[in-house]
Design a protein around this ligand. Structure first.
Ligand code: FE2
Length: 142
């Protein structure tokens, strides 16, 4: 028997399906761009944005977007699991070409974890909001 109520389990399943579709559609958009089909790429990205909104609605209804430190803590736990358990386990079981992909992912993942840890430090020290991310900060000064 599941630990969480059925309605919440279904909302989370819906979230996972929609979030996965959004990411998949963005990959299809990148492929369409590579294939010289920018209009098709735009359709994929528009649909991905709609999937994002559904995913947000579903996760919110499941009570899983709680705000501030709770969300950052959950994100840090997920990144640590990916970095310490998921990818290292997969890396041991694949061919060289796939390992190269996973090694590249793990390198970038370390950056995600340190970004999240930095955000947690900022949030604990701040009275209100945290600072802008690096890309948004430079855009804000343009
Ligand atoms: Fe990540």
């Amino acid at each position: 028997m599941s630990r969480i109520p059925r309605f919440q389990e279904h909302l989370k399943t819906g979230f996972t399906a929609e979030a996965l579709s959004a990411a998949r559609f963005r990959a299809y958009a990148a492929k369409a761009d590579d294939d010289g089909l920018p209009n098709l790429a735009r359709h994929w990205r528009q649909l991905a944005g709609e999937k994002d909104r559904l995913a947000i609605e579903l996760l919110g209804a499941a009570g899983q977007a709680r705000g501030e430190g709770t969300d950052i803590g959950n994100a840090i736990s997920a990144e640590r699991y990916e970095n310490d358990v998921l990818y290292p386990k997969m890396e041991r079981e694949v061919d060289d070409a796939t390992r190269q992909v996973l090694v590249g992912v793990m390198e970038r993942q370390k950056g995600h974890l340190s970004h999240l840890e930095d955000l947690r430090r900022q949030l604990m020290a701040a009275k209100g909001d945290v600072g802008l991310p690096p890309a948004a900060e430079s855009a804000a000064h343009d």
